[in-house]
Design a binder for this molecule. Structure first.
Ligand code: ATP
Ligand code: MG
Length: 441
């Protein structure tokens, strides 16, 4: 197995001081898959004090020392070096209740969640793989280390990690692991919300239709608002899929960016509360976009999504049913209102939504292509004007005799007209319009 020089150097430094040291966990798994690891973790029988002594010439980060981790800062990157340890349950759902240093690698590997994550490698000692992680990786199997129920009860986040690893590496959970992932999923409710948010966010970036559907009940346990969508028949000629399957296609159909994936996951949550059937039996969901936006706002607040991301996600959901018309005026107005990126994201979500109904309808529709054409033409022109670019300002309106809120409102309205190209950005023209509007009212 390949390890970069700087990692080998860290391992040798520990070995030369008389300790055992291995690369461990995600970096071993990724290397075996031919992927380049995001980071390298080492484990060793050296105690934190001893690790600190070995790397005394380096800058060290000691935030994890209590749990046995010394982070060594090297020019090539940080290396986390952790003393072989086992750990107790996660009663606060964040940190292990206790950690106990153990003398050998097998003890350390047995605390890890899945066999594919419970492998270690050293250039001089070879592989430590007591749970058959290499074989499972080759056979594309996700398997908990030890008794799956026990392991998920210790830390329910492992269930969501299992979902993510399955999706990311194309693994299928073996039966006992899958059964325990489902049966223990109610425990997700007891986890710290930010852990759930972070893990779900990582999962969403690698999610595909098949695993979203396979793990739907688990996702429903993490976000209860999703549960009623699973298997929900929309009774509509426009939808061949149940609501959750449709949602899965939209998630997989938008780019792997947090705002897009979260918006796709939650875009139709408002459909459950707004569902009605007409006399012909057809389902309707009037107002589901704004109902969904409100629901998404509550969900994402609960999950501790940062405010800026949340607002953008909620905006996309609120706008996912509002069709832009492919003319210059409407497109400029939309860019003014939602920003260039906002319009791009709304269109992308709408296109994925339209393309995920399973009916093949709208395939010949050129509306989106025409809107995008207008957008790219606008991109080549100067940026849309803002209030600062307007040929009149508040003082001009004051001089016209306007007062109080009328000034701001008139400026906004003038800017809108200039953006839409209904008025030229010309001082005389703008003052005339302002006079006309304010004499009428
Ligand atoms: P990636 O960094 O690509 O998300 P990773 O496997 O490196 O994947 P980390 O969260 O960086 O995941 O954790 C490093 C290792 O620590 C894992 O490979 C696993 O062995 C162990 N581990 C992490 N979190 C848990 C957990 N909640 N329960 C048990 N073991 C864990
Ligand atoms: Mg990692």
């Amino acid at each position: 197995m390949y390890l970069p020089d700087w990692i080998q150097k860290c391992i040798s430094a520990l070995e030369d001081a008389g300790f055992a040291a291995y690369a461990v966990g995600g970096c071993v798994r990724d290397s075996l898959l031919g992927l380049s690891p995001q980071d390298y973790d080492l484990c060793t029988n050296a105690l934190p004090e001893q690790t600190k002594a070995v790397f005394r010439d380096y800058r060290l980060v000691l935030a994890g020392e209590k749990h046995g981790t010394v982070t060594v800062v090297t020019p090539e990157g940080n290396v986390e070096i952790t003393t072989f340890r086992t750990e107790g349950g996660y009663r606060d759902s964040r940190h292990p209740d206790w950690v106990k240093f153990v003398p050998d690698i097998e003890g350390d590997l047995s605390r890890r969640d899945f066999t594919v994550n419970a492998m270690a490698y050293s250039p001089t000692r070879g592989f430590a793989d007591p749970f058959g992680g290499q074989a499972d990786l080759q056979n594309h199997i996700l398997r908990a280390v030890g008794n799956p129920e026990t392991r998920f009860r210790e830390d329910a986040l492992r269930i969501l990690r299992g979902v993510r690893f399955s999706a990311k590496y194309g693994l299928t959970p073996e039966n006992a692991t899958l059964n325990a992932m489902v049966s223990e999923s109610p425990l997700l409710d007891s986890l710290a919300r930010e852990r759930v948010f972070e893990e779900l966010g990582k999962y969403l970036l690698v999610a595909n239709v098949e695993d979203l559907r396979r793990f739907a009940p688990i996702l429903g346990a993490a976000i209860p608002e999703l549960s009623p969508m699973i298997g929900f028949d929309q009774h509509s000629p426009h939808h061949a899929y149940d609501l959750f399957t449709h949602t899965a296609h939209v998630v997989a159909g938008v780019p792997a960016e947090p705002v897009m994936r979260w918006a796709a996951l939650l875009h139709d949550t408002g459909k459950i509360a707004t569902y009605t059937r007409d006399e012909t039996g057809r389902g309707h969901f009037y107002g589901h976009a704004s109902a969904g936006a409100e629901m998404a706002d509550r969900i994402l607040r609960r999950l501790t999504m940062p405010g800026g991301l949340r607002e953008q996600t909620v905006l996309l959901i609120a706008q996912h049913m509002t069709r832009l018309t492919p003319d210059r005026k409407s497109v400029r107005r939309a860019v003014h209102r939602f920003g260039r990126l906002g319009v791009e994201q709304i269109l992308t979500l709408q296109q994925a939504d339209m393309g995920s109904k399973g009916t093949g309808e709208n395939q010949g529709d050129t509306t989106f292509a025409r809107i995008r054409e207008i957008l790219s033409r606008l991109d080549q022109e100067a940026a849309l004007p803002t209030l600062r670019d307007l040929a009149v300002n508040g003082r001009d309106l004051l001089a016209l005799g306007l007062t109080g809120p009328a000034i701001g409102q008139t400026l906004d309205r003038l800017l809108e007209q200039v953006v839409e190209e209904s008025l030229p950005n010309d001082r005389e023209a703008l003052l005339t319009a302002a006079k006309v509007w304010n004499s009428k009212s």
